[in-house]
Write a protein that binds this ligand. Structure first.
Ligand SMILES: [Zn+2]
Length: 194
């Protein structure tokens, strides 16, 4: 055989932090028109960037709140649609975030540097693992909420059956309890473990 065996050891890579900078949205340079503005041309609508989708508060800014009219029924089809779309786009954001987290974890596993900054690296690694866990749990919750919508259970407190309310759901789309039951449960928990 004439095949040469490749050297096993990989060339030492220059430790490169592949932390991607958020790509700045290339702003479309709209030619300035001198004529009157049309109503379809909405300006001052900057693309909202979600910095951290595991924190719903930052994500909540990316959608328009639902405005029910006075006669419509709670959790009718169009309200359900509204929440399906929120839940789905939140899930998507989380999933792509999760991919990034996964990549960081892989990198850390394959590329443990010299012992000097090992401690720091290990801590970073732990944080990434925790982040992945949090993202995973959130995605599971979102899936449960989507299932609830399918079953017409979404939006009602699982403890007392009352309407959770659009506002609360928009602040917390995976909520399964009304604010009162949630509060009571939290107090009970504190008494038990605190
Ligand atoms: Zn309740």
């Amino acid at each position: 055989m004439t095949t040469k065996k490749k050297p096993v050891s990989k060339p030492k890579q220059a430790k490169s932090k592949v932390r991607k900078k958020p790509v700045a949205n290339s702003k479309k340079v709209a030619p300035k028109k001198t004529n009157k503005k049309t109503s379809t041309n909405k300006k001052a609508n900057p693309k909202k960037i979600v910095s951290n989708p595991s924190d719903f508060e930052s994500f909540a800014k990316t959608f328009t709140p639902y405005r029910p009219n006075k006669t419509e029924k709670y959790m009718n089809k169009s309200q359900q649609k509204h929440f399906i779309s929120i839940l789905n786009s939140w899930k998507q954001a989380l999933e792509s975030e999760q991919e990034k987290t996964e990549q960081l974890i892989q990198q850390d596993q394959s590329n443990f540097p010299d012992s000097l900054d090992r401690a720091a690296k290990e801590e970073e690694f732990m944080l990434e693992l925790r982040k992945r866990e949090r993202e995973r749990k959130l995605i599971l919750k979102i899936d449960l909420s989507l299932k609830d919508i399918e079953d017409d259970l979404y939006g009602y407190c699982e403890t007392c059956g009352i309407e959770i309310g659009i506002k609360r759901l928009e602040a917390r789309p995976t909520a399964t309890q009304c604010i009162d039951c949630k509060t009571v449960d939290e107090i009970k928990e504190k008494q038990q473990f605190g």
